[in-house]
Write a protein that binds this ligand. Structure first.
Ligand code: PAF
Length: 290
């Protein structure tokens, strides 16, 4: 496996392969790789000839009060996982390489980025959209893979790829969960023993919401109230949002339509966890996901 640190070498590698007709799959990450990333890498492997994983803790998607300095960076373990999974290139740029002095351009996706995570973390999605656009420009993949766990991020990336004609296929893979339902996340390592014990309440609340919809309930307020009550049975979890939304626009629904996404965020101590579930009402026409 090659480890590449500069945009110039990364782009040269990709350009050579593209000229040879090799298809390039790409999994952008911030490292601290877990089985969710592993499933993205494996899915990319099946679909492309060559595989690039980027490991870059992107400073512009953290606010000054967030955990940039403390974000886990187990680089040897991450490289070992990439090697094990047959990754061809680990792209590990530096912050200065990505954002040299004089850097100015910011990519924003205003409507999709406004609510939910965008409201809780005002600069977050501009940072994500900008770095993903840069990474696509450098790596020049045919296909990039994202986890459904970050549903809003995946929606926003699809939108920017369409809007800016980036010519990268986007494939979103289902969330990988621990046995008790907790969505895998690099931030789960921050949870103390007691916090870890109650963290699955978020996925439980979303599952209850989904059951209500599948069972025929269309009163969104009642569904959201039940999800919130499920969380609030445990006083040390605070529900930030639990919402029934349109799966494409992410706008809140007032009546459940054929398809919906349940989005949730909770805070346990200083740690925020997010999760989501897609729902197709049994009588609704299911539409293939893009
Ligand atoms: O999902 C992540 O790990 C990050 O937001 C991403 C897409 C790698 C951009 O920094």
């Amino acid at each position: 496996m090659k480890i590449i640190h500069t945009a110039r070498s990364m782009a040269a590698w990709s350009e050579r392969l593209r000229r040879e007709g090799v298809t390039i799959g790409f999994v952008p990450t911030m490292g601290a790789l877990h089985d969710g990333h592993r499933s993205l890498i494996r899915a990319a492997r099946l679909r492309c000839d060559a595989l690039v994983v980027s490991i870059f803790v992107n400073p512009t998607q953290f606010s000054p009060t967030e955990d940039l300095a403390a974000y886990p960076r187990p680089i040897s373990r991450d490289r070992a996982l990439c090697r094990e999974e047959g990754v061809d290139v680990c792209f590990e740029p530096t912050a200065l390489g990505m954002y040299p002095e004089g850097f100015q351009t910011i990519v924003t996706v205003p409507a999709l980025g406004r609510r939910w995570e965008g409201a809780a973390r005002p600069h977050h999605f501009a940072g994500v959209a900008t770095v993903v656009t840069k990474l696509f420009g450098i790596v020049q993949p045919h296909l990039a893979l994202f986890g459904q766990k970050d549903y809003q991020q995946a929606a926003l990336v699809r939108q920017l790829v369409d809007d800016l004609n980036l010519g990268v296929g986007i494939h979103v893979r289902p969330t990988v969960r621990e046995r008790d339902g907790l969505a895998m996340s690099s931030r789960n390592v921050y949870l103390s023993h007691d916090e870890r014990r109650i963290a699955p309440l978020l996925s439980q609340a979303l599952r209850i919401g989904r059951q209500m919809i599948v069972g025929g309930m269309s009163d969104v307020a009642a569904i959201e109230r039940t999800m919130r009550q499920t969380i609030e049975q445990e006083p040390s979890i605070h529900a930030e949002y639990l919402a029934v939304c349109d799966p494409d626009s992410l706008e809140p629904l007032s009546v459940v339509a054929a398809r919906a996404v349940l989005l949730g965020a909770v805070r346990i101590g200083s740690i925020r966890l997010i999760d989501n579930l897609l729902v197709n009402k049994p009588d609704g026409k299911s539409r293939a996901t893009r």
